[in-house]
Each structure stands twice: as C-alpha cells, then as structure tokens.
Write a protein that binds this ligand. Structure first.
Ligand code: EPU
Length: 337
C-alpha cells in the first residue's frame, strides 16, 4: 500500500487530487486478500477504475483508493452464430471493443472509443449511438467488499436503466465488478439509425458499411465532438439527458419548434441536456481553468491548473440557469467523490 499518491493520471479531468492511501490490484486474489485483511473496513474506500466518470471535489481523498487493473480476455463459448467473451475488469474498454470488432464479433461497435475500463461499463450502463452496454451484456462477476465473496449478477439482476444500474443505486459501494461476460453475434445487422451515422457514411462514400467501417466511423464522429482526454480534461457527458412530461415538452415545443427530442416508452420525452445548455448560452463559455466545451455543451472541461470545486461551481451555475430558463432540472451523470 502506498501513501499520498497523486490521482492526476487517474481522473480524466486531470485534477491533481491526492489519495491518502493507494493500492493497485493486478489479480483478483490480491483484492480478496486485501478484503480479508480488514483494511477496507477501517477506512473510507474508493474503488477506482479508469477514472473517466469521476470528479474529485477535494484536493485530498482522505481514505484508501483501490485501483482495479486486472487484465485478460477469454472465449467462454462459441458456435457458428454467437460467442461469449469474458473480459477482466481492468481491460481498456475501447481496446476491448477494437479487439472484438477485429475478430468480426458484432454487438459493441456503437460503443467504440468510449474512454474507460470494462469493469466500469456496467456501473452506469454506458451508452452511445443508439446502443447501451446492456444490449451486449450477458452477466458479470462482482466481489462483495465486506466479505470477499463473489457473486454472479445476471442482466436482470443488474437492473440496467439509462446511465443506471444496481451498482450505482442500491448496491453502491458494496461490490467491485471483477469480470464481465458479453454475448456477441457473428452475423447480424448494424445499427445505423442514430443521429449522424448515416450522414457521416454517405459523406465518406460508404454505402454498405462493414463492421470495421462502422466502428471507425463512430470513432471519427466522437473525435469530432468530444475532447480527447489526453489533451483536454473532461469526463465526457457531464449531465444526463432529462426526461420530462409530454405536456411540458409540448409547451416548450411551441417556443422552440426545432427542439431535438426522443420519445420514451412510458410516454415521456427525453430532451438533450446539451441543447438546453447551449440555448442557455453556455456553449464555449470559459474562465481561467474550466469551461464548457465549444463543440458539445454537455461536456465540461478542465484547461489545467484548476480544482474539482471549480467544476462543482460551474455545474451548479449551469443547472440553475437551465432550470430558470426552461423549468427543467438537469443532474450530473458524473460521480462526485
Ligand atoms: N445538441 C445541441 N448542442 C450541443 C450538444 C447537443 O444542440 O451542444 C443537440 C444535438 O444537435 C442533437 C442532440 O442535442 O440534436 C443530441 O446530441 P448528441 O447526439 O451529441 O448526443 P447527446 O444526447 O448530447 C448522448 C450521450 C453521449 C453519447 C451521445 C451519442 C448522454 C448523457 N450522453 O449525448 O454519451 O456519446 O449521446 O450517442 O446520454 C457520455 O455519456 O459520456 C457520452 C458522451
């Protein structure tokens, strides 16, 4: 166990927070041993994965950070149509997607290029371009951080929702996901319906995209809209897209006929928070250290030299201003620590 470790390279915002205690887990047995030693019970604990969806509010995390960095990909079952692949939690998500796409396995291509690690993907049911993690998820194994016992969670037991799961809700802080099993298809149609996928393919003269071409298109579309976290600190979408009552939406549509929206199965309407934030005048706003990304208003960015509290303040100001203008509450999808 190390002490006073900088977390700068462990959070995609790039804030220079310090962990009072820090331990890196490279094998599941080490995690079990750590739990049995009682260290986790004695201290405030943070299970850290890629750090891509986290905001350190304070300069010091006065507890133990457990960094999960286990590796390994294995095929569990395969026939001519389907394949079940297991990935250990510490594998890089975009690398894992690239690997599967390279093998011709369908199911995760629309989730290409999302920074993070495999073990964190189910926690907030990552989603992009018309697909969510739950669409290719079979089950995961997780370790109880009080007992060290492992449990398999089926898809149903994970209770996936929009950027939600049992690991972010009822069982928050109680389990560490150690591996994830994916059910992928060898031959199936591609999902090209979302947003500008078709436009991008047309503009690039691609009529009938292959799996690899769709993967590469998604990467290019993301690159054009979202900052590269190696160059500019961010946590991707900072807020969730709010879901509002249809009556409220229809009233809004009278004033803003072009408001983008997605109908929800329960009759409600999801409105892009990025659009609301842009309309409220925040897109491209910046002060010295933090700001709102100029190509996608849903993304808050850290230009360097700032503190977590700068983002906390900015996000609060944005939430207040959107609520004042539209009467809609938006809430962060990023985890505050
Ligand atoms: N829009 C604006 N202004 C903006 C941003 C967006 O008017 O500054 C409008 C767009 O023109 C479009 C609509 O809002 O009509 C939706 O925009 P976009 O397709 O970029 O998607 P989003 O709803 O802003 C969500 C996810 C992203 C994901 C994209 C693509 C959430 C919170 N975010 O963003 O996920 O990549 O769809 O599927 O659901 C993430 O979670 O970190 C993330 C990047």
């Amino acid at each position: 166990m190390k002490t006073n470790v900088s977390l700068k390279s462990h959070n995609s915002f790039g804030f220079d927070a310090t962990a009072r205690y820090f331990v890196e887990i490279n094998a599941i047995g080490d995690l079990q041993a750590l739990i049995k030693s009682g260290e986790l019970q004695n201290r405030k604990t943070l299970i850290l994965s890629g750090g891509n969806n986290i905001l350190f509010q304070d300069e010091v995390f006065d507890g133990l950070v457990v960094y999960i960095n286990t590796k390994g990909i294995e095929i569990l079952r395969e026939d001519e149509n389907e394949i079940i692949v297991r990935s250990q939690a510490g594998e890089d998500w975009p690398g894992f997607v690239r690997f599967c796409v390279g093998k011709g396995w369908h199911g995760m291509e629309n989730l290409a290029h999302i920074p993070g690690k495999v073990g964190a993907a189910p926690v907030q049911n990552i989603g992009a371009y018309g697909m969510e993690l739950k669409d290719c998820f079979l089950q995961c194994e997780a370790m109880n951080i009080a007992s060290g016992e492992t449990k398999v969670f089926t898809k149903k037991e994970c209770r996936f929702g929009y950027r939600e799961s049992i690991f972010k809700g009822e069982l928050k802080g109680q389990y560490v996901i150690t591996s994830v099993d994916f059910l992928l298809k060898k031959n199936t149609s591609l999902h090209l319906e979302y947003g500008n996928i078709k436009t991008y393919l047309e503009q690039n003269g691609i009529d009938n995209p292959t799996l690899q071409q769709l993967h590469d298109a998604i990467c290019a579309i993301r690159d054009a809209k979202l900052p590269d976290v190696k160059q500019l600190g961010s946590a991707g979408s900072f807020f969730k897209n709010p879901v509002i009552e249809r009556a409220q939406f229809e009233a809004l549509q009278k004033d803003y006929p072009d408001i983008p929206h997605y109908d929800e199965p329960n009759g409600k309407v999801k409105v892009p928070a990025g659009w609301l934030i842009e309309q409220a005048g925040w897109k491209g706003w910046r002060d010295k250290h933090v700001g709102v990304y100029d190509k996608q208003a849903l993304v808050l960015v850290h230009y360097g030299g700032g503190k977590g509290e700068d983002i906390v303040d900015l996000s609060q100001r944005i939430q207040d201003s959107v609520e004042t203008k539209f009467g809609i509450k938006i809430s962060p999808e990023v985890n505050y620590v």
